[in-house]
Design a binder for this molecule. Structure first.
Ligand SMILES: Nc1ncnc2c1ncn2[C@@H]1O[C@H](COP(=O)(O)OP(=O)(O)OP(=O)(O)O)[C@@H](O)[C@H]1O
Length: 236
């Protein structure tokens, strides 16, 4: 039996008086890739932000590797094993690639700011770009940088918010392969928020669909069929 990595129970959160997550429960096992789908505005990004602590949960609980992190500050959640790549990547454009990566090491809470060698095994193109300003990189390169930066914290679970958004198809393929390798070779689990259904299908073994603040349907990826897509994902 795989061990549960993340357990979300009856989670609620929102912005001020506007409640977005109404009742979210889901579990992720060690080392699996799951995708979170849903139409625009149903609360997918809000869920990831609530998991990282950027938004406070108003009710419910989040357990990571058996530890209750519901009220933990963001930096301690990172240290507990959560890595996060926000929508739009959010690399620091005026900082170099190397500086962006080194900032990621802060998540580990160690004073040794040093890049691990194996980062270039997964992201070889970053090696020749270390001194370049992150803002000069293409969208696909920035996405790789954001992924690499999240890995600096040595996460057990990566939260990826639409990593393929605005990226050309050949690079989407490459990013998919990197995520798969990180999963296979390092055992990192992934919660992938995605609009591109073929991409989600290729990577994930299970899916969750959100609708108006809770999980409407879930199952093994084989069950993500046309009727689920028509009912919950296509724009009516
Ligand atoms: N900072 C904010 N303040 C107030 N409301 C917000 C804020 N951010 C998002 N919302 C609202 O919360 C709801 C859920 O947004 P969220 O970004 O979580 O959706 P999503 O499912 O990730 O959608 P998308 O696919 O468009 O990113 C939306 O109605 C949105 O307008």
């Amino acid at each position: 039996m795989p061990e549960t990595l993340l357990n979300i129970s009856r989670l609620q959160s929102g912005y001020g008086s506007s409640q977005i997550l109404r009742d979210v429960s889901l579990g992720i096992e060690q080392g699996e890739i799951v995708c979170l789908l849903g139409r625009n505005g149903v609360g997918k990004s809000t869920l990831l932000k609530t998991l990282t602590g950027l938004i406070k949960a108003s009710a419910g609980s989040i357990q990571l590797q058996g530890q209750d992190i519901t009220r933990m500050p963001t930096h301690l959640r990172a240290r507990a094993g959560l890595g996060y790549v926000p929508q739009g990547r959010e690399v620091l454009p005026q900082f170099t690639v190397e500086e962006n990566l080194l900032l990621g090491t802060l998540a580990r809470g160690s004073n040794r700011m040093q890049l691990p060698d194996d980062i270039f095994v997964y992201f070889p193109m970053l090696r020749s770009m270390l001194r370049r300003k992150a803002g000069m990189l293409s969208g696909g390169q920035q996405q790789q940088l954001a992924l690499a930066r999240a890995l600096m914290g040595e996460p057990r679970l990566l939260l990826l918010d639409e990593p393929t958004e605005g990226i050309q198809p050949s690079i989407v393929q490459e990013i998919g392969e990197i995520i798969q390798r990180l999963n296979r070779e390092k055992g990192i689990a992934v919660l992938l928020v995605e609009q591109k259904i073929p991409f989600a299908r290729r990577l994930a073994s299970r899916f969750f669909v959100m609708e108006r603040g809770d999980i409407a349907v879930q199952g093994p990826i084989e069950q993500l069929d046309q009727s689920v897509i028509a009912s919950y994902l296509e724009v009516a």
